[in-house]
Design a protein around this ligand. Structure first.
Ligand SMILES: Nc1ncnc2c1ncn2[C@@H]1O[C@H](COP(=O)(O)OP(=O)(O)OP(=O)(O)O)[C@@H](O)[C@H]1O
Ligand SMILES: [Mg+2]
Length: 543
């Protein structure tokens, strides 16, 4: 390898196994974040062996002893003219590690040595560093500083949950679309909670043709959802229905916000439910309300007056449930979503937050149960878009406890979480801290930066400082999915986006054309009316 290596400097000063300084000739100093290679001796299997240590430049510094800031400007100019000005350039690099023969990353135990040359790390070495074998690789893009080096994530890393975090418009959804597509191709079972219908076109390729796996992609939509796109536009829509009569007393209390401490209300409600179930197999929330309001018509002798009163009081809790309009007489089984190698996009667009939250709760609870009980035996990846809505930092929602449960215990059973959010400071810290991998894109808000820093020990201060400078589609990836932190440019998608940014300029030009048409129409209408008036008055004149 050394014949083609480009030497760019030499290690100087104090060096350790984790970082070193190096000096370069002015003009030859590589830029910040460039990858370097140096050789070091390590004990491998008890024998000394020369290993290829990869490092990344964190800081680049230039200085002059002659041109100090204390000097007057005219003197500085004279020193430069006389050729006495000196210039030094040095950099600080962080050691990322070396690869063993089996492809694992090892941290050196010995310090790299001052006096040793440093080289630009060659692309083949970086590719080994940042890619995985085909069957393990989720291909997401290339290194920002070295576009010829492809970057992939390891499927195995999803075992420890992932958070995709960035401010609005930075490319989270675009990237999640790529990851979902790659996971599906690898045989994943994926449930995507999609509040804005951003993922409903994943079964379409950019050229408009059907995805090779289109038959394995289904969009589920509750009948009460207006949807952002029509069924004919999306193409592969199935209803996601929840049957009210299938709910038990605890579930109804949970939806209505009736605490188990209100024993009379809970018991009264339970009695009404028993009566209703004895009368009908299928019923709606309105039927239960009617039973509660007319408790006198069915109460039995032995029913305590407090329980009768409890049933009456329960009626007012049902208003929230009735207003949700989420229940139908049909029920979609979770087995329709939990199929091997299948993507279920749950289109929640056009629904109230409460309803979306309840649907998320149902789906995730049912999925968790099926996976935890061993009934479904394949890896399930749950993507939660706009996760701050489902699992907010302060209050609890229907779905927050099941999401926390998946975050804490899901990996034991094979159910893995990907949370996507633009507001890390507004999401519950339990969910974020369980995500051992993070993909972080542009973040400028200091509160959100602090939340990201608190949830990820792996994100060093230097990487954190660079988050505001990232462009759309650029990401810092840290954690279990990669061997070392990566700054990547995310590749282009092959599938169609749902809610991408609108073409604002194009739309405004269209608006000008529309306004012109309207002006012409209004003008001709005005002229017609004037003519009518004129004709009318000339007829009057004739008379
Ligand atoms: N890697 C990329 N390559 C090309 N275009 C991209 C890339 N990433 C994002 N974009 C474009 O940038 C815009 C914003 O991306 P996206 O919708 O993914 O942002 P977001 O972070 O999900 O925003 P929000 O928080 O508002 O949902 C889109 O129009 C998308 O097409
Ligand atoms: Mg988005």
């Amino acid at each position: 390898m050394s014949s083609t290596l480009k030497e760019v400097g030499v290690i100087i000063g104090e060096a350790s196994s984790s970082e070193f300084f190096f000096a370069s000739k002015p003009g030859e100093m590589p830029s910040r974040w460039e990858y370097l290679l140096t050789y070091s001796e390590e004990d491998v299997d008890g024998k000394p062996k020369q290993v290829e240590v990869v490092a990344q430049i964190e800081r680049v510094i230039s200085a002059s002893q002659a041109l100090t800031k204390e000097l007057d400007f005219e003197i500085i100019k004279k020193i430069i003219e006389s050729g006495l000005a000196d210039k030094k350039v040095w950099g600080k690099a962080r050691v990322l590690g070396y690869l063993t023969d089996s492809g694992d990353l090892q941290q050196p135990k010995k310090a790299v040595m001052p006096g040793k040359p440093v080289y630009i790390a060659p692309a083949e070495l970086l590719e080994k560093f940042y890619s995985y074998p085909e069957d393990e690789a989720i291909k997401v893009g290339a290194l920002i500083t070295r576009s010829e080096v492809p970057v992939s994530l390891s499927v195995k890393g999803f075992r420890r949950h992932l958070a995709i975090i960035a401010q609005t418009g930075s490319g989270k959804t675009y990237l999640a679309g790529i990851i979902v597509d790659e996971l599906l191709r690898k045989g994943g079972t994926i449930i995507m909670l999609d509040p804005h219908a951003d993922y409903v076109f994943l079964s379409r390729r950019l050229d408009g043709k059907r995805h090779e796996l289109a038959d394995r992609i289904t969009v589920f939509r509750n009948p009460s959802s207006t949807g952002r796109y029509t069924e004919s536009e999306v193409g592969n829509v199935k209803p996601y229905e929840i049957c009210f009569s299938d709910l038990d007393l605890d579930e109804i209390c949970l939806i209505c916000g009736i605490s188990s401490h209100y024993t009379n209300i809970v018991t009264g409600l339970g009695k009404a439910l028993e009566h209703l179930k004895a009368e009908k197999d299928v019923f709606q929330p309105e039927d239960l309300l009617e039973k509660l309001e007319n408790v006198d018509s069915w109460k039995t002798e032995d029913m305590d007056s407090k329980i009768v009163e409890g049933a009456r009081s329960a009626a007012k809790y049902l208003t929230r449930l009735i207003s949700m309009k989420v229940f139908t007489s049909g029920a979609t089984k979770i087995s329709e979503m939990l199929k091997p190698m299948h993507l279920s996009v749950v289109d929640l667009s056009g629904l109230d937050d409460d309803v979306s939250d309840y649907i998320a709760f149902r789906i995730l609870s049912d999925a968790y149960e099926k996976v935890a009980s061993g009934e479904f035996g394949y890896p399930v990846f749950v993507f939660v878009e706009e996760a701050h809505k489902f699992i907010p930092a302060t209050n609890s929602t229907y779905s927050s406890s099941i999401i926390k449960k998946i975050a804490a215990e899901g990996r034991k059973f094979g159910i893995f979480l990907v949370v996507i959010t633009q507001r890390p400071s507004k999401i519950h810290s339990d969910a974020l801290s369980q995500c051992n991998s993070q993909i972080i894109m542009r973040i400028t808000n200091p509160k959100d930066q602090a939340a990201v820093a608190a949830s990820s020990e792996r994100l060093g201060e230097t990487l954190l400082d660079d988050l505001p400078g990232l462009n759309t589609g650029e990401a810092v990836i840290v954690g279990e999915m990669t061997r070392a932190p990566i700054m990547a440019r995310i590749r282009k998608r092959t599938t169609r986006e749902g809610g991408s940014d609108i073409d604002i300029m194009g739309k405004m030009k269209e608006a000008i054309e529309k306004a012109k048409e309207e002006t012409v129409e209004n003008e001709s209408k005005r002229l017609r009316e004037e003519m009518k008036g004129f004709m009318g008055s000339s007829k009057e004149d004739e008379r």
